[in-house]
Design a protein around this ligand. Structure first.
Ligand code: CS2
Ligand code: MG
Length: 403
């Protein structure tokens, strides 16, 4: 099966997505997600200007060789732009191979290791009361695992909370929105949030929280200790993970499980954290960590140290990534949980898909391949609109901080 065409489709049905479509001499097509929130056109250009010319004429069945060719052949390795581009090619090739074999992608990975995939929802609120209400609403929708994020008294805009009370979307048109931050206020507030949530929801639901890189190691250790009574499923991105040693300090002080990795793009980012068992869940994704070929390698390393997967699944990862992720989640032996932020209606219409949600779990469906397609005519009605993720500044003196 030869690749005869490769096209990059950029669209914005409410938010930007980058999709790679491969065409073959057998009439089959394969799709890969290449969306990188706030830097979409960098990946589109990497694909269009440097990768697509290499693909036409290649044997579409040689997934591993193509991965090695694009990773080692670039000379300049790793990084979110490179690895998202490689991921898109890899995912499209796995989609093609499964379609050619007439089977759902999870069968090609090794078959199902479970009947369904546990997912977690987002519950956001401007204050504790609103967040508790949203947690209860998500539980009523059937979710067994719920992430709780709330506004912090005295801060105007913080990560994870919609300012207009609607669906949370961090990327905004125009220049990056400036959010404000104050760690002492946050550290005082979050234990109160989970005390209220646990009091309202009881102990039958898993609760998660995303610190989103905003604490120093000792502050993260403090929060982990303070949250222990509420038995979180995980505390995510407790401190920036460029320095994995930071997690040695956090780990020494708390038994709250730790999750990291949504911004990682190769196994090399994960290695020390996994081998020293400094984390409990690895959050790497199909779209940002080199596709299924590389994500399997990360999962296999993690399995040696009883680290489970917990792939990122925010709305800035397209339905193509979600579809491929659910096939991965159904197969991977050391599965933990899958993030699920439902896309808006316009996005679901642009990307028809086989995956389904049911009572707190998802299943990728039995369609050949990853089960996600793109309606190109509809996608063309939503042209790219430049958008940026926010930046964060300390409220007290304006220091640029982690968002
Ligand atoms: C967040 C993401 O879902 C999460 O865990 O960290 O929403 C993240 O903020 C966005 O994906 C950034 O584009
Ligand atoms: Mg996160």
């Amino acid at each position: 099966m030869k690749i005869t065409g490769a096209r990059v489709i950029v669209c914005c049905p409410g938010r930007n997505f980058v999709t790679l479509k491969l065409e073959t001499d057998q009439g089959l097509t394969g799709l890969g997600d290449a969306s990188l929130n706030g830097r979409e056109l960098a990946v589109a250009s990497y694909l269009n200007d440097h990768v697509v010319p290499l693909l036409v004429g290649r044997d579409a069945t040689r997934i591993e060789d193509t991965w090695q060719y694009l990773y080692r052949g670039a000379y300049w390795r790793r990084g979110p732009v490179t690895m998202s581009a490689i991921a898109a090619v890899d995912t499209a090739l796995w989609d093609l191979k499964a379609k050619a074999a007439g089977m759902p992608l999870y069968q090609l990975l090794g078959g199902a290791s479970r009947e369904r995939v546990l997912v977690y929802a987002h519950a956001n609120g401007r204050d504790i009361a609103e967040t508790v209400d949203e947690v209860q609403r998500q539980a009523a929708l059937g979710y067994r695992a719920i992430r709780a994020q709330s506004g912090v008294p005295g801060l105007n805009k913080v990560y994870g909370v919609a300012t207009d009370g609607k669906h949370y979307e961090p990327a905004t048109r125009g220049l990056p929105r400036e959010e404000d931050w104050d760690t002492p206020r946050y550290l005082r507030h979050v234990p109160q949030l989970f005390d209220a949530v646990r009091s309202a929801i009881g102990w039958e639901h898993e609760l998660l929280h995303d610190v989103h890189h905003r604490l120093t190691p000792i502050e993260a250790a403090r929060l982990g200790k303070d949250l222990e009574p509420y038995r979180l499923f995980w505390m995510e991105d407790a401190t920036p993970a460029e320095n994995p040693e930071a997690f040695r300090l956090v780990r020494r002080h708390t038994t709250t499980p730790l999750a990291v990795g949504e911004i990682f793009n190769t196994v090399w980012d994960c290695k020390a954290l996994i081998e020293e068992q400094l984390i409990d869940f690895i959050r790497t994704t199909v779209v940002h960590a080199g596709g299924l070929t590389h994500l399997r390698r990360i999962a296999d390393l993690a399995a040696l140290y009883q680290v489970r997967t917990g792939s990122h699944g925010a709305t800035d990862l397209s339905p193509v990534c979600m579809g491929a992720a659910l096939h991965f989640d159904l197969w991977v032996p050391n599965f933990g949980i899958q993030e699920h932020m439902p896309h808006n209606e316009a996005t679901d219409a642009v990307f028809p898909h086989a995956y389904r949600f049911d009572a707190g779990f998802m299943h990728p469906g039995e369609a050949p391949g990853h089960g996600v397609e793109i309606d190109e005519a509809l996608a063309a009605k939503y042209p790219y609109q430049r958008a940026y993720l926010p930046v964060n500044r300390l409220q007290r003196d304006g220091t640029l901080w982690d968002w």
